[in-house]
Design a protein around this ligand. Structure first.
Ligand SMILES: NC(=O)C1=CN([C@@H]2O[C@H](COP(=O)(O)OP(=O)(O)OC[C@H]3O[C@@H](n4cnc5c(N)ncnc54)[C@H](O)[C@@H]3O)[C@@H](O)[C@H]2O)C=CC1
Ligand SMILES: O=C(O)C(=O)COP(=O)(O)O
Length: 591
């Protein structure tokens, strides 16, 4: 057999190159249904009442919602060891910023943990790679605390500019220090917003209302958002070297970690004032102390710290020009009710096999895309299951190609969920791992599987997203030689008929079989009476035949017969079928 290589195609297709790490049928079919709008629907789908561990204070409305559908264990202040012990008994975990969800937590879960919900925005306390590798979905609640964080940023900005905390403490100590606490005005001052996302934009709006001159730095922010708010997008250098105030609103990532360090402080305008309601780790705290001591930084207002709570002797916290709050950005009654409901709903949906729009480590597929591709999900998985059973034992499956025939513009066809399901179909029958929309890329990579994708653009109506899906496995031997196409690969092809998955091609043979239950594939010399012979062998053993179909090259020449059976035939039955002289080869496959 000539070796096949698909070098130019050994990528995941034009749409997949933007794919974030990627869900699960351990959780039924976890990501495969678009979320419905009414959370009451959730109840209808649960098989067993799940257990949800909540490790930090969660707003009451969210807790009430969780309790309607799950057993809820609220255990606060767990040590890392206690968390690892408890987690193996939980299907979901809900945290805020105070719980570190480390690799050990996923490893200790023994595969039971299906969802981690973060009741808030920042997911820097969750080991996303470990979650993905363990097929565990991570969801957050990014929309409900934006205003709270922005308002806290403004509160810190004004409290810092007017020395409110110091003055308050002083007067409570019986002092009256009007000259000591002279502040600075905000009107006309340059404010640089670092990270122009949800919180940053809201801070910008409010600061403009105070008459500040607002600019923003964010390499990924859309220009039209900046224009709409009337903010100029500037480079990092311009922002830090010209601003009177900078307010930090970017996530903590490897790129933003200690972004504010000795080097950046040295480029700042002397007397700058800094507000940080994002994450402590974006600032090198030792460098900030130096910059405060040398008066490059006149004042800092901090809600977040590298270590939380910070050490009691933290020079930064104790610095006289620094005001601090204990990570209170999201702590308003309104925001806590909002995030609690938002995360509770996302977690319940995930446990119920639905994807919410706040998934962090799986493809963000819109409800429309999911609903449109849902019928093709079963087809993809079944083609995968079928193809892998055609690979001869001992053959190393490495190179797989998926071809989608579609009249759609390739840019309007997001096939990630189908690719995930093919990988699931290919891998699950031959291993103990569970493949889902979260971990499919990781598992494929781990097994050295290269998946190439190709789109064949067909004439016709783009209404139907996909006309056919072809799956080929290259450079392997098959236990059913007729499944190898003329070009040398195991080839199976299918389409939807009346919304049901059908097999339409095996090797070079055109067939038409509903992909359900179990099938026997036989290659035979086409001749009268053969179908009857096979049928009677199965009948004698009470194996019910639900269909038979023959795909042949020409009358009385070689043909492929496919027999659908309701029960698994015994080894003896299969042996008898193999002994029929006109049958050249056959294989029994479970779908
Ligand atoms: N203190 C608190 O209690 C709270 C803190 N936060 C934190 O605030 C931060 C922002 O939250 P949201 O605005 O909701 O998130 P977001 O995702 O809407 O905005 C983050 C923005 O940062 C930008 N960004 C990423 N890398 C950057 C870089 N290298 N330089 C500049 N900008 C960069 C992104 O493009 C995005 O526009 C997060 O870290 C979050 O954890 C959020 C809520 C409450
Ligand atoms: O949402 C965020 O990113 C926050 O920082 C809020 O943290 P918290 O939920 O108050 O521990």
């Amino acid at each position: 057999m000539a070796a096949t290589s698909w070098p130019s195609l050994t990528f995941t297709g034009c749409l997949n190159k933007h794919a974030p790490p990627s869900v699960s049928s351990r959780i039924k079919n976890l990501p495969l249904r678009p979320a419905k709008s009414n959370s009451l629907i959730i109840k209808a789908f649960f098989h067993a009442r799940p257990t949800i561990l909540v490790t930090e204070k969660l707003g009451e409305p969210g807790l009430q919602l969780l309790k309607r559908f799950a057993n809820v264990d609220c255990s606060y202040n767990l040590s890392p060891e206690e968390l690892c012990t408890k987690i193996s008994l939980c299907d979901a975990l809900i945290v805020r910023s105070g719980t570190t969800v480390s690799r050990e937590v996923f490893e200790s879960s023994g595969g039971r943990l299906k969802v981690v919900g973060r009741a808030g925005v920042g997911i820097d306390n969750v080991d996303l790679s470990a979650a993905t590798e363990h097929g565990c979905l991570v969801v957050n609640a990014p929309n409900s605390n934006t205003i709270a964080a922005a308002e806290h940023g403004m509160a810190l900005l004004m409290a810092m500019a007017r020395n409110i905390p110091q003055a308050n403490a002083s007067i409570k100590q019986g002092k009256w220090q009007r000259n000591k606490y002279v502040g600075v005005s905000l009107l006309g001052k340059k404010l640089a917003i670092m990270g122009f996302g949800k919180v940053g934009s809201e801070v910008a709006r409010r600061a403009k209302g105070l008459g500040m001159n607002v600019m923003a730095h964010d390499p990924y922010a859309p220009l039209d958002r900046a224009r709409a708010i009337g903010v100029k997008l500037v480079s990092f250098e311009e922002a830090i070297s010209t601003a009177d105030f900078i307010s930090l609103h970017m996530p903590l990532t490897p790129t933003t970690s200690k972004m504010f360090n000795n080097d950046s402080f040295s480029k700042m305008k002397k007397g700058i004032r800094i507000i940080n309601v994002a994450r402590g780790g974006v600032i090198d705290e030792a460098a900030l102390v130096s910059a405060l001591d040398s008066q490059i930084v006149a004042q800092a207002a901090l809600d977040v710290f590298m270590e939380e709570p910070p050490p009691k002797d933290s020079k930064l916290v104790l610095h006289e020009n620094v005001i601090v709050t204990p990570h209170l950005g999201a702590s308003t009654t309104e925001a806590q009710e909002g995030v609690a409901l938002e995360v509770a709903e996302a977690v319940l949906r995930a446990l119920n096999g639905e994807l919410s729009s706040t998934v962090v480590n799986a493809p963000m597929l819109s409800a429309e895309v999911l609903s449109e591709l849902e019928p093709f999900v079963a087809l993809s998985e079944k083609l995968g299951r079928l193809a892998v059973q055609l690979v001869a034992g001992g053959s190393d499956m490495k190179l797989v190609k998926l071809t989608y025939g579609s009249a759609r513009n390739p840019n309007d066809l997001d096939t990630r969920v189908l690719r995930a399901m093919v990988i699931k179909g290919l891998i699950e029958p031959i291993s103990s791992v569970s493949v889902n929309l979260i971990n499919y890329n990781f598992i494929a990579k781990q097994r050295g599987l290269i998946i190439a994708e190709e789109r064949i653009i067909l004439n016709g109506s783009p209404e139907n997203p996909i006309e056919f899906i072809q799956l080929q496995i290259a450079n392997v031997e098959s236990n059913f030689a007729s499944s190898i196409s003329d070009s040398g690969e195991i080839t199976v092809e299918g389409k939807l008929k009346d919304g049901k998955p059908h097999l339409t091609k095996v090797g070079s043979f055109e067939v038409d079989v509903s992909l359900e239950g179990c099938i026997i594939l036989c290659k035979q010399v086409d001749q009268p009476g053969l179908i009857g012979k096979v049928g009677s062998i199965l009948g004698q053993e009470k194996v019910n035949v639900n269909f038979m179909t023959v795909g042949r090259i020409a009358p009385r020449r070689q043909a492929v017969m496919i027999i659908g059976v309701d029960e698994d035939p015994s080894k003896e039955v299969l042996k008898k079928i193999g002994e029929i002289s006109a049958i050249e080869e056959f294989v029994f496959l479970k779908l």
